[in-house]
Design a protein around this ligand. Structure first.
Ligand code: PMP
Length: 280
């Protein structure tokens, strides 16, 4: 089943018009929520961010977020989703093609689930990344459907045999194409501040909480590409990739070229957080 507007229907029943504004303009917002043990992880935080993204593009959700939450819980249950992802998107709706906001259109919510295991090979061994210019717009804090900057960056990574593209704007590391980036130098964590140049990842916020609990100092200040290259450890965070070590950047090893001790400590804390929140 999928969620279509306010109903759970079969995928075949969903009908997306060719003039849906998500389709024509990328005019909408989205979220991805991870499910472990049949229960959503940090769902309220994701839904709050969805609401914020919608507000920032002046889109009103067609029904309350509490209603959406119940529909998503029903969807997870009906699809017997034990381990996987829930994708949610809200389009501004369908109207004759014209850039300005339509007066009549009802925003369209859709959501569906994917069965997906935790990416254990990547989590255990780390991944390769490449750096590339951050060519995205200046409202990266909004989780909008306009993803061409991310798509092109990710493909550059894939073309180089890497898994993630680390974006650099004016010599400063902002974030990954679909992840937040952290470096560790002399025991301190550094990550870009949550402003208009990055998405304030929910997993990023979990990392802050876990670092605090592990008494790992954390500094929310910008760092350069050179600092990235000379870091002791580098990792990324995201809903689907969790806390994942980056062991090679632009063909050169990070530190010893294997996941480092601070990253591993945070990964262990993350697994405990999954258990704490979804096995209770
Ligand atoms: N930055 C960008 C650009 C992203 O697309 C994502 C994934 N949605 C993230 C960071 C990580 O955010 P989260 O931890 O909420 O998945």
């Amino acid at each position: 089943m999928i969620l279509y507007d306010e109903r759970l229907v079969s995928r075949e029943e969903a009908n997306i018009d060719i003039e849906d504004r998500a389709y024509q303009f990328g005019d909408g917002v989205y979220e991805m929520i991870r499910v472990y043990h049949g229960r959503p992880f940090y769902m309220d935080e994701h839904l709050a961010r969805l609401e914020r993204s919608a507000t920032e593009i002046r889109l009103s959700l067609p029904y309350p977020i509490t209603r959406l939450k119940q529909l998503l819980l029903d969807l997870i249950q009906q699809n017997h989703l034990e381990e996987g992802n829930v994708y949610i998107q809200v389009s501004r709706g369908t109207a004759p093609r014209y850039h300005g906001f339509p007066e009549q259109a009802r925003p369209l919510v859709i959501a569906y689930t994917q069965h997906a295991k935790r990416p254990l090979a990547e989590l255990n061994h780390g991944i390769k990344a490449v750096t590339t210019e951050d060519i995205r717009w200046l409202r990266c804090d909004i989780k909008s459907l306009n993803l061409l900057g991310a798509v092109l960056a990710k493909q550059t990574a894939i073309d180089h045999g890497a898994k993630e593209a680390i974006l650099v704007r004016d010599g400063i590391v902002t974030e990954g194409s679909s992840t937040n980036i952290f470096i560790i130098k002399d025991g301190t964590l550094h990550t870009h501040p949550a402003n208009h140049l990055i998405l304030n990842g929910i997993t990023r916020q979990v990392v802050f909480k876990l670092a605090d609990e592990c008494e790992i100092p954390i500094s929310e200040t910008t760092f350069s590409k050179e600092a990235l290259e000379s870091a002791d450890e580098v990792f990324l965070s995201s809903t689907t990739m969790e806390i994942c070590p980056i062991v090679e950047i632009d063909g050169r090893p990070v530190g010893q070229g294997v996941p480092g001790p601070v990253t591993k400590q945070l990964q262990e804390a993350f697994v405990n957080e999954i258990k704490r929140t979804t096995l209770a």
